[in-house]
Every structure is written in C-alpha cells, then in structure tokens.
Design a protein around this ligand. Structure first.
Ligand SMILES: Cc1ncc(C[n+]2csc(CCOP(=O)(O)OP(=O)(O)O)c2C)c(N)n1
Ligand code: SF4
Ligand SMILES: [Mg+2]
Length: 337
C-alpha cells in the first residue's frame, strides 16, 4: 500500500517524537559544532549537524571512517559535543549493536540510570552501502534501539573521489575518468539500498530516504520518527558534495532540491511495511534530469545521448516500476508488527 504523508501530526503513531512543524522550534543549541574541516558547502556535515539536533544530547554516536570521520577529528579537535566513537570503515552496524548492547547491560546491572539513550551510527556510501552492508543488515535484525544513517555523497570522497556502487551512471571519478576512446566509464546504475534493507529485514520498522535541505525539516523529523518507533532503523541521505561533484559550494541546496524534483532521488518512508512518499513525485511534473546533471563537472563529458539515456532510465523508475521510483518488485511490502 502506498500513501503520501502530508500532515506532520502523523508522527503521533511513532510514540511522541515531538516533530518540528516550524523552523523556529528547532533547537538553537549545537551538538555538532565548530572545529571540523569539511569543505565549504558540504551537505554531509549538515546531515551530522541536523541529526544530532533532532536527537538531542542524550545520544551516543559511532562514525565509520570517511570524510565525516577524518575531517571531523583533526588532532586534538572535534565538533562533537556528545559522546562519539570512531569505528572501522565497514564497522558501522557492529559498532551500533555493541554500543546498544553495552548500554542495555549497564542499565540492567544498575551501573547507569535507566533512561532512553539514542544510539546512532553514521556510515558513508562506501562504508555503509558497500563494505559495511552485511554489518548493517545484522544490526537491522536485532531488537536493539539503534539508528543507522547512511550519508551518501556518491563516492569514496575522503580518499579523493573513487567510484562506489552508489556513484551515479556516467559520473567521472578518479576510478572512472572519462577517456578519449571511452566517454562513459561508470556504467552501473546506482545501488538501491533503502528498499533492499526494508524488504529484507522484518525487525526493522522504519526505513527512509532524505536530503538534509529539502523538503524543509523533513530529514530532522525522519530522525525523530526513527528514534521513536523503537528497534533498529535506517535512513539514507543524498548529500551534494562540492568537491566530488565539482560545482560551486553555494549550489549544494539547489542540487539537493533538483535531485528530488527530477525524480533522481525519491524521498519516502517505509513504515512497518507501508510505503509513503514524503514528497510525491508520482503526481508532480518532473524537471528534466539534464538541469541537474549539467550543473556538475562530473557529468561535463555527457553528450545528448547520455542525457537521454539517463532521462529514460529515471522515467522507467517512475513509470514502470511496481512501486514508482522505489522498487521494481511486484506486490506490497509486508513486515511483522
Ligand atoms: C578497510 C579499509 N579500506 C580502505 C580504507 C581507506 N579509506 C578510508 S576512508 C575511505 C572512503 C570512504 O568512503 P565513504 O564511506 O563513501 O565515505 P566518504 O569518504 O565519502 O565520506 C577509504 C577507502 C580504510 N580506512 N579501511
Ligand atoms: S569531499 Fe565532499 S563529503 Fe568530503 S568534506 Fe568535502 S564536500 Fe564534504
Ligand atoms: Mg562517500
């Protein structure tokens, strides 16, 4: 069954996540503060800053290797105001399980007060979507309250922009440079991680996709819902990256919005097996993908036929997939309540 969520009050079904209905209600206190060295216009940094605002100070964070580890922990500095731990590149899922299990044991033994402490892991598209996928799968089959946020800048950005399985078709990276004989070196379509995890993990009641800047407050409210529903949960964000995507940092917000309006990045939630578009591109006119692609240097080698192929594939996602824009499978998703 698919529906569109338009009322913020629908959050009530998640317990009481105290969703934002107005930007003025967002906490002014920073828990991901100054002291990091991410690039100007880095949307992954915004993903960090916003999730920790939404979850609040009673949170422990584990972060897999990548830009959001390296740029955030230069020697003797860190932007994290909450307890934070680095974990190995593919170790996001295991670190979240270990943290949640440790907190549960300490509370059971009376060593720390019983209270709700949020456990959040962030992993990149290589660390989470490729290398650490098995560990995240394992985390989503547990009964621990934990949230994995996969921040996706569509490359292994920290090691100088190598292609991952989440790099879009045709993009130039240091692994897939365009050549004089072969123009397109990256020929895979982007791996579709969120539906894969939602369909395969009956213990996971909440899976969502998001973008930090658009629609406004949507990402932060998804973090709140994920933390309130209980059990393991997963959010996949698309993060424009000025360095890897090759554009002026001032356009990060515009590119996020264009990714959604072109239909390239569908934003939705899968709540206890029910799919809900949070920005329903099935009923809106999609912007031509060319407007998004031609603003980024990584697609500067594209010719008309490449734009056309990209457009046709996005059209197929929305017009021919069984769950438009989300999954090419037949039937409805069902999970155990
Ligand atoms: C097992 C292992 N292999 C390779 C590396 C080198 N390495 C460090 S960060 C990184 C890229 C991570 O990419 P991603 O998870 O997408 O995060 P991003 O850097 O894009 O933020 C790589 C390959 C490593 N740290 N550990
Ligand atoms: S390379 Fe990209 S993800 Fe890494 S800090 Fe710079 S903008 Fe952010
Ligand atoms: Mg990455």
């Amino acid at each position: 069954m698919t529906t569109e969520v338009t009322e913020i009050e629908k959050g009530k079904e998640f317990g009481d996540p105290k969703l934002y209905n107005n930007v003025h209600k967002i906490d002014l206190q920073e828990y991901y503060s100054s002291g990091h060295r991410t690039c100007q216009g880095c949307e992954s940094a915004l993903v960090m800053r916003d999730f920790i605002k939404a979850s609040g100070p009673r949170t422990v964070v584990t972060g897999a290797t990548g830009c959001m580890y390296v740029a955030n922990t230069s020697y003797m500095t860190t932007p994290w105001v909450v307890p934070w731990m680095h974990t190995q590149l593919g170790g996001g899922g295991a670190s979240a399980i270990g943290m949640a299990a440790g907190l549960r044991a300490l509370m059971r033994k009376g060593k720390i007060a019983k209270e709700k402490i949020n456990v959040i892991n962030f992993s990149g598209d290589l660390g989470g979507g490729d290398m650490g996928l098995g560990g995240i799968s394992n985390a989503l089959q547990t009964d621990y309250d934990l949230l994995v946020i996969m921040y996706d800048n569509e490359s292994a950005a920290n090691t100088d922009i190598q292609a991952t399985n989440l790099t879009p078709y045709g993009a130039q990276t240091t692994f897939t440079p365009t050549g004089s004989k072969e123009r397109i070196m990256q020929k895979r379509w982007k791996k579709n991680v969120a539906p894969m995890l939602a369909i395969g993990h009956p213990n996971c009641k909440y899976v969502a996709t998001a973008c930090a800047t658009f629609p406004p407050m949507d990402y932060m409210n998804k973090v709140k819902k994920a933390l309130s529903i209980g059990g393991p949960t997963f959010i996949h964000t698309l993060d424009p990256c000025p360095k890897g995507w090759d554009y002026h940092p001032r356009y990060s917000g515009d590119l996020g919005q264009l990714a959604i309006n072109t239909g390239i990045w569908p934003v939705y939630e899968i709540v206890r097996g029910e799919v809900r578009y949070t920005y329903d591109m099935t009923s809106k006119k999609r912007t031509p993908v060319r407007e998004y692609l031609e603003k980024q240097g990584r697609f500067s080698h594209f010719k008309d036929e490449d734009y056309q192929f990209f457009q046709e594939t996005v059209d197929e996602m929305w017009e021919e997939w069984e769950i438009p824009g989300i999954a090419p499978v037949k039937g409805t998703l069902k999970v155990r309540k």
